[in-house]
Design a protein around this ligand. Structure first.
Ligand SMILES: [Zn+2]
Ligand SMILES: [Zn+2]
Length: 353
């Protein structure tokens, strides 16, 4: 197979951090799209993977090139590719392939396909080895997994839509968040701030729960109607039994029942954060009002496109701090301290300097 050599940033082991590394991409096949990467968001899962912190269920294969919030410009398309042409702005998210034939794929739920291929750290059926992500100069992807980006969107801010965006949009759509619904967002970080923007744009009454009173003004600016400091029991009690939907984006250990109790009849709480410790759900919290408790992971390709189009119509992007790739290790340290508003977006032009 013909290949091209490109520049990337990779980690060689769990402790080395990221450094310049040359990788190989395949020449575009008939159905492929080649994209020059302009921006790549930094997702918390990049950091977990680089440091092999999810070794129990998804061990890291080194060297690893992370990055699955990719926005760029199409440079070449294969002879049978019809969706894109050179010069188009395009995006790639968490997946680059699936079998395309199973019931999940047929339903546009590629994220649940047993043969889904992640953008990084998945077996690469074309080149052998493992897939390399967006901390790189370019990427070659089957056009089925390439998304269109509305032209009015700021590209640095659009990159995080590909993971943080669809991760929060998908459960809201699934659980019927619409005008007039009361929606809670727990945790105001990369995921949470996107959830607030979507819930607001969908017309819901949005309540943000945070442990830090200092985030109140920002939450209101992002579209919240109310902000509740979750440590204040009186404030929490006022909202008991009143929510239609709550999105929980917290990855640290926390009292989940305190939030389930805020749901009304048939209310749902969906987890998109991934606390390491099991959560102790009290049966009566659920039984009392026929509440449900669920989880959600990214979204399918049709839904990801729908989310991007929604963002185009409502002019929604992530709030980002743009950094050069040379600052990526520093950015990881800051991410651990939640010291970013609200997502880092790497300007990939810096790879050439
Ligand atoms: Zn992600
Ligand atoms: Zn499938």
């Amino acid at each position: 197979m013909n290949t091209i050599k490109i520049q990337a940033y990779a980690a060689q082991n769990a402790t080395a951090g990221l450094a310049p590394f040359g990788i190989t991409r395949r020449e575009p096949g008939p159905e492929d799209v080649e994209i020059e990467i302009l921006y790549c968001g930094i997702c918390h899962s990049d950091l977990h993977s680089v440091r092999n912190e999810w070794s129990e269920f998804m061990a890291t294969n080194y060297p690893i090139v992370p990055g699955h919030e990719i926005v760029g410009r199409v440079t070449r398309v294969g002879s049978a590719a019809t969706k894109f042409k050179a010069g188009d702005v395009a995006a790639v998210g968490c997946m680059v392939d699936s079998d395309g034939t199973c019931p999940k794929c047929k339903a546009g739920l590629e994220q649940f396909c047993p043969n889904m291929i992640l953008t990084f750290n998945s077996p690469d059926k074309h080149l052998g080895g493992f897939t390399y992500g967006g901390y790189s100069g370019s990427i070659v992807v089957d056009e089925r997994f390439v998304l269109r980006v509305p032209t009015n969107l700021n590209l640095a801010g659009a990159a995080p839509l590909l993971c943080a965006g669809v991760t929060t949009y998908s459960p809201m759509y699934h659980w019927g968040v619409t005008k007039g619904k009361k929606v809670g967002v727990v945790g105001l970080g990369g995921l949470g701030h996107m959830a607030v923007k979507f819930a607001h744009a969908l017309g819901a009454h949005v309540v943000v729960f945070t442990t830090s009173p200092g985030k109140k003004e920002d939450a209101l600016r992002l579209g919240a109607d109310e902000v509740v400091v979750s440590r204040n029991a009186d404030e929490m009690r006022k909202h008991e039994g009143s929510f239609d939907f709550i999105l929980d984006a917290v990855s640290a250990d926390h009292d989940i029942n305190a939030y389930i109790n805020l749901l009304g009849v048939d209310g749902n709480l969906t987890l998109v954060g991934a606390p390491a410790k099991p959560l102790g759900v009290t049966a009566f919290s659920l039984i009392a009002r026929r509440r449900s408790f669920s989880g959600s992971m990214i979204g399918g390709i049709p839904e990801t496109q729908e989310m991007l189009d929604f963002c185009g119509a409502h002019n929604i992007t992530a709030d980002v701090e743009v950094i050069p790739i040379q600052k990526v290790n520093e950015a990881y340290e800051r991410l651990l301290k939640s010291d970013v508003k609200y997502r880092f977006s790497i300007d990939m032009a810096s790879l050439k300097s």
